[in-house]
Write a protein that binds this ligand. Structure first.
Ligand SMILES: [Zn+2]
Length: 169
């Protein structure tokens, strides 16, 4: 039993290392760097971006909101029959009108985006891909983290139980 746990753990670590290497390799040849440079140059040239371009910018930022908030934001744009970028800046205008624009509602998770792209990881419990909020995040959700901790606790208890009985498998 104990040896089996170690094997599974070694496999999990090997998989995590492999995944991290793949992510690192993908980052090396990032065509996005070229695209961002082109956009920056266009801004410097005074290019006036049009709706289809600006909505790409909004889409590129939507992941900072939790999924349900993204949905609602899109719905507001749809209800008003305006592009996403107008829905965003109209919110700023509304907040300004109500004198609330200077009191920002910041999300502590947003600080991570300024530091580095954390890429996509795979949950060690459900194996689904997820966008980590923190470096070294192992599980996609508190739910999976809880299940993994519970399983680890049970496995540890089983090892203790075995050693008590002196069983060797
Ligand atoms: Zn998960």
């Amino acid at each position: 039993m104990a040896i089996e746990i170690l094997d599974t753990k070694a496999e999990m670590i090997a998989a995590a290392v492999k995944e991290n290497l793949t992510v690192a390799a993908k980052k090396k040849a990032n065509p996005l760097d070229g695209a961002i440079a082109a956009i920056k140059a266009a801004i410097a040239d005074g290019h006036r971006f049009e709706t289809k371009e600006m909505d790409v910018f909004i889409e590129a930022m939507l992941h900072v909101l939790p999924p349900h908030e993204r949905e609602w934001f899109r719905e507001i744009a749809t209800m008003n029959q305006v592009p996403l970028w107008q829905a965003l800046w109209a919110q700023y205008r509304r907040a300004n009108e109500l004198s609330m624009a200077p009191s920002l509602i910041l999300d502590p998770d947003w600080e991570a985006y300024g530091v580095r792209d954390l890429g996509t990881l795979h949950c060690e419990w459900c194996h689904e891909p997820f966008e980590p909020m923190n470096a070294g995040q192992r599980w996609c959700s508190n739910r999976c983290g809880g299940k993994a901790e519970m399983a680890a606790k049970r496995a540890a208890e089983a090892v203790v139980e075995e050693s008590k009985h002196g069983d060797t498998v």
